[in-house]
Design a protein around this ligand. Structure first.
Ligand code: PLP
Length: 380
């Protein structure tokens, strides 16, 4: 049985609408968002989808996360608490702002930040908490919000894998933090190849992020630079394709939920697996925890049977990445002189032994889910 993949047309929702959108932009002669209309329209549409005052478009999910750290405004050497199980795009922006990533351990049931572990790491230099809604499962951001408020910290929600993930009570992930971030990279729910957005209700944070994404250029003031910034602008081509994709997003998430719940039902009585909780899940991937520690063996078996499964998600959790012993800028390790990342035993066990992930896709049918369930049940 062939499983459609996000790396091919059969596993994407790219069609005539996106072709028309890209054509419209090319024919207009205006490919830049500074003077075009598509990127501003995408921002309005995403802000409306999420019910927030501002969405700021940029070139990638990593750029969006960089803007979110800029909004949190750590001084050099300040600390940002985050998770060791995520894309490096969550952590790179902390370093880019000369801040220090502090890794907190995760909940072994879903790999999301454990608020109790975060609480223990809050200190005088902590400026922000960056949570990730891993694989589309809602992180415990209400508890993190309370911690952030108690200690005067910013809360950032990385929703790159969590388009339309719902929190308890039905609010969307990305609306509880001071800033939420989204990615439109090839492997996400919807895509324009690369692209990103930040979400916020705060006018001042939106202004700061918008300026940083455009070289600190206050366009209303002429050719005048109000602060440090980079060029993180989205192009009109990206935005036009993303707008066509955004219209398909509810269908994409609904389809993923339908088949994921089918697989959950099929696996419900199977011993030896810890299944994800379906509440609010956006099913970027379908994660399974094997408490016995045999995720690598099971993943190898499934892959051999043609199921798109992998163990661990990462080679090592980010607190164990090789880069921490190396220079960051030139020969300098500033601000990481003497830095040793925290051990995170739960994250390390998930990645090395217990976490199995199955690629998920809106174009799966219940037959795909049944095939996955059959192979898992047949092993051992
Ligand atoms: C993909 C991803 C990013 C980075 O997004 P890009 O658009 O690839 O830069 C950041 N965080 C998470 C959790 C991601 O999955």
């Amino acid at each position: 049985m062939k499983f459609p993949s996000m790396a091919e047309a059969a596993g994407r929702t790219l069609g005539d609408e996106e072709v028309a959108a890209a054509t419209r932009v090319i024919r207009s002669g205006m490919l830049s968002s500074v003077w075009g209309t598509e990127t501003r329209a995408l921002e309005r549409e995403v802000a409306a989808t999420y019910g927030v005052r501002h969405a700021v478009a940029c070139g990638s999910g990593t750029a969006a996360l960089h803007l979110s750290v800029v909004a949190a405004a750590p001084d050099p050497g300040d600390e940002v608490i985050t998770t060791p199980i995520t894309d490096f795009g969550t952590v790179a922006p902390i370093l880019a702002q000369n801040a220090v990533p502090v890794f907190a351990d995760v909940d072994p049931s879903d790999g999301n930040l454990d608020p109790a572990a975060v609480a223990k790491l809050i200190g005088p230099r902590t400026r922000a908490i960056m949570a990730v809604h891993l694989f589309g499962a809602p992180a415990r951001v209400d508890e993190l919000r309370a911690l952030a408020d108690e200690h005067g910290l910013a809360l950032i929600e990385d929703c790159a894998q969590a388009w339309l993930t719902e929190l308890p009570g039905g609010r969307l992930a990305g609306t509880v933090g001071d800033v939420g971030t989204l990615s439109l990279q090839q492997w996400k729910h919807i895509t324009c190849g690369d692209g990103g957005l930040t979400l916020t209700d705060d006018d001042e944070l939106a202004r700061r992020m918008r300026l940083f994404a455009d070289k600190g250029w206050d366009r209303a003031a002429g050719r005048s630079h109000a602060g440090f910034g980079l060029n993180y602008r989205m192009t009109e081509l990206q935005a036009a394709v993303a707008r066509a994709q955004l219209a398909k997003l509810p269908g994409v998430v609904a389809a993923r939920r339908r088949t994921a719940v089918h697989l959950l039902e099929a696996l419900r009585d199977l011993p030896g697996v810890r299944l994800p909780r379906p509440e609010g899940h956006a099913w970027w991937l379908f994660p399974i925890v094997r408490p016995a520690g045999d995720a690598r063996e099971l993943a190898a078996h499934l892959a051999k049977a043609g199921i798109p499964a992998r163990a661990g998600y990462l080679e090592e959790p980010l607190n164990r990445a090789p880069l921490w012993g190396r220079p960051i800028y030139g020969t300098s390790r500033y601000p990481l002189d003497g830095y040793v990342p925290n051990p995170c035993p739960e994250a390390e066990r998930l990645v090395a032994e217990t976490l199995l992930i199955i690629d998920w896709n809106e174009n799966y049918t219940t037959e795909h889910a049944d095939a996955v369930a059959r192979e898992i049940a047949a092993w051992r």
